[in-house]
Each structure stands twice: as C-alpha cells, then as structure tokens.
Ligand binder design. Structure first.
Ligand SMILES: Cc1ncc(COP(=O)(O)O)c(C=O)c1O
Length: 440
C-alpha cells in the first residue's frame, strides 16, 4: 500500500488514542531497527522518545525477535492456570533484578492493568480502601488507573470510582522558585502528613508514585523525598507502590528509578521496557509479606492473557538483553553525553529554560521571557510553537514528543554518542522556532 492509502484506511476504520480523530496526522510506519524507524515512503527517523518511552533495547532487537519466533513455534498460548517454562524463568529472572524482598509477580497485558492489580492487592492486603496518588502522574487508561492518574486525561473520564485522593508532588509550583531541594522535601512531607491525618490513616491502603516522574515532567524527586515518604507511610501502615512502568528496566541508569532514593517499595508495577515493547506485557511485583497474605487469601484478579507465553518469552529476552548488554550502566553513562548537548543548546538558545536527564530519561523546558515564565501560559496548555517544533523535527528526520512547554528526550538505551550528536544537531537546527516565540 502507498502511504496515503495506509493513512486513509487507518483513519477511516480505526480509532487513535486520546485524540479528536480529524486532528490525527499519523506517520505510516513501515519498519524499524535500533534507534531508527522508516516510514512507508522510505524516510528514516531517529526515534528520540523510544516511541512511548518503551523501546528500551532499540527497535527489533534480534535476540528478542528470535525469542518470540522460537516461542511461537513451540507454544503460543495456554490459559493462566497452567505453569509454563517461560513463566517459571521470567518469575525467577525478575526476582533477581528486583530488590530481594520482591519475590512474586502477577503478569498482565500492560502497565494500566499492573496498576489495577496493585490497587486491588493493596486493598485486599490492608483491608483499607483509600488510595493516594499525585496530581502530576499518569498511571494508565483503564478505569481504576485513570482514577489513580492525576493529569488532565483523568478529567473527561470523571466521575470515577470513589476512594482516590490526590496530593501535590514535591515540586508544587515551579522549581525555579529557588527553594532548596531539602526545603521542597520537608514542606511536601509536612503537607502530606497533614493530608493523611485529615483523610484518616486507618482508611488509606497505599500511595502510588512514579519515583522519577515520567510523562508529566521527567522530574526526579528532590533529595530525601523518597526516604522521607517511605518513613511517613510506614508510620501509618500505608503501602508504597512504585509505578516503574516508564522509568524501569534501566531508563534512569538504575534497574528501577526508586533505587535513586535507596528505598524499598511494597509493590512495583512494570511494563514497557519489560519486553522492550516487542510484545505487550505488564507485571506487578509484590513483597514476600504481601505474597504470604495471598497464600491463604484469594488474589481476586485475573485476565485471559495473564502470563501469556509469547509476551513472557519477549520479556525474558528483553530483560536478558538489558542485563547482558549492560544497558543500565550505559544509560547512566550516556546521561552526561545528553546533559552536555542540552547545556550547549541552553547556552545558544535563549528560549531554553531548564534541562535535565536521569540516565536517558530527559527533557528540556522552554520559557517565554527572561523572567522564566513557561512558554505555554497556564496548566495543560501547549503553545503553538511547540506544535511547529514537532513538525520541523519530523521534517528533518527526528521523532520525539513535545507538549506544554517541554521537549522529551528519551532515546533507546542503545544509542551511541555519535547518534546522540546527530539527534541534538537536528534539535539545534529547529530551536529557532521556539526562540522566535521568546519575548526577551
Ligand atoms: C508511569 C506509567 N504507568 C502506567 C502506564 C500505562 O501503561 P500501559 O499504557 O501499558 O497500560 C504508563 C503509560 O505511559 C506510564 O507511563
């Protein structure tokens, strides 16, 4: 098929996520390899967002593809009540790469379902019903995960289920306010302690966090926040659930982003990098203590495709690739390469306000004026220059995401220094568009 026919048929007969359908203008993707993908007309793009921050091992990694093919030849599917060798191997592998107290895993089709399972497990384990999460968060598109989510995609889906309480994260207003990280941590935890008192600690089952915040800012927590949060929740017997769907499996230069804070969550939600996005699979990792509760008590969750052998086979290979190719350390090392390029752009372009990277989890923020006001005025507003920037980047062969006042920089963890230079050269060429919107 020609590009036009592919796009027209996709638009006529299929629904695109989170969009008014007439505004969608998709690339007709054809094939992919490493950090690149090609459209149906043969144009090559650098994938500077790993699609939705999930193609961690690069596109079509041969070892993951081979594992999927081999599994397809042997056993495509059995129902989740059966034991399989891939299931046995992945459980053991995840036990090895997660902290020692996380010993058991429930397999889902993706990240939202891992969060759904965590909500239920937390309620069943504690006998409490309220769930805390943060306004700046995205936890998935299913009903419970949507109520857990703080960001604007929740709004049109309300009213939702009761029992979900939102709190501000530790960067409450603008991090350019000049507060120290220690102050941000202290102020936020004081406020959070008060919310817990007001909600009734005995009714709160768990708090969900993205330890390094993903879609809503690629923001690492201020110093001491994760440890302080863990201690506060412990005082009240509230479980800590770390949503590592986006940040897990090496993205931040650690296996999991909570490791930056030296804490131990009670449950871990995973997806995306778990299979390097070769097939859909999510997982909920639970502590030994929670696991032992479900020895006697029913785990009231299930899915036809839980522990699907194909997804599991992809996950084993993807986790082994991350481990054996040293991609966690590689992301940590490439952080400095990314930051150096960002610093150069900030020195050259007056519109660049802030930049950051934790491993290869990076973003740049743009400002409207030298007072530092964000380019886009107001919450959930995207300045037209951001749309133009995305179009210009695509035109020059770089795919990434940009919204609000922010450009995401999340390439596959396999990216080389040379390829990084190639990507930032394209961004440099296009940033004049944002500089034009800078008022001085
Ligand atoms: C932190 C986080 N949690 C959960 C999800 C939902 O995962 P999925 O789309 O696989 O259901 C996402 C997706 O972007 C995410 O970033």
């Amino acid at each position: 098929m020609e590009t036009k026919e592919i796009v027209d048929l996709c638009k006529r007969h299929t629904v695109f996520s989170w969009s008014a359908q007439k505004n969608v203008n998709p690339i007709a993707a054809d094939r992919a390899e490493g950090i690149y993908f090609w459209d149906a007309a043969g144009k090559r793009y650098i994938d500077f967002n790993s699609q939705l921050m999930c193609v961690n091992a690069g596109h079509n990694h041969p070892k993951i593809v081979a594992a999927v093919k081999a599994q397809a030849d042997k056993l495509c599917f059995v129902f989740p009540g059966m034991a399989t060798e891939p299931r046995a191997r992945l459980g053991k592998l995840l036990d090895e790469v997660t902290p020692s107290h996380i010993t058991k895993f429930f397999f889902t089709n993706g990240g939202a379902e891992a969060n759904e399972a965590a909500i239920r497990a937390a309620r069943l384990f504690t006998g409490r019903h309220k769930i805390l999460s943060r306004y700046r968060s995205y936890h998935g598109g299913t009903h419970g995960a949507m109520m857990l989510t703080g960001e604007p995609r929740r709004w049109p889906n309300e009213p939702g289920a009761p029992g979900f309480v939102k709190v501000m994260d530790p960067v409450p207003y603008r991090y350019s306010f000049g507060e120290t990280e220690e102050e941000q941590t202290k102020n936020n935890l004081t406020y959070l302690a008060e919310v817990i008192d007001m909600e009734g600690p005995q009714s709160i089952a768990a708090m969900f966090i993205e330890p390094v915040l993903g879609t809503n800012g690629i923001l690492p927590p201020p110093k001491g926040y994760l440890a302080g949060l863990r201690a506060l929740l412990d005082q009240h017997g509230i479980l800590l659930v770390c949503d590592e769907v986006m940040a897990g499996f090496g993205r931040t230069g650690k296996w999991f982003s909570f490791e930056h804070g030296g804490i131990k969550p009670d449950m871990i939600c995973m997806a995306k990098g778990l299979t390097g996005a070769v097939l859909p699979l999510g997982a909920l990792g639970i502590s030994e203590t929670i696991a032992s509760h479900f020895e006697e008590n029913v785990f009231w969750s299930g899915l036809t495709y839980s522990s699907h052998p194909m997804g599991i086979a992809a996950a084993i290979a993807a986790v082994e690739v991350v481990r054996d190719e040293g991609l966690v350390d590689r992301a940590a090392q490439m952080q400095d390469v990314m930051l150096k390029h960002m610093a150069e752009l900030a020195a050259k372009h007056p519109s660049v306000a802030h930049y950051r990277a934790t491993g290869l989890f990076g973003a740049m923020d743009f400002r409207r004026n030298s007072q530092g006001d964000p380019l886009s005025e107001g919450y959930n507003v995207t300045h037209p220059a951001i749309g133009k920037l995305s179009a210009a980047l695509l035109d020059k062969g770089l795919f990434t995401m940009a919204r609000w006042s922010m450009l995401y920089c999340n390439p596959p963890l396999t990216i080389t220094a040379e390829q990084m230079g190639e990507a930032f050269a394209i961004i440099d060429e296009c940033l004049g568009i944002i500089d034009e919107a800078f008022e001085g």
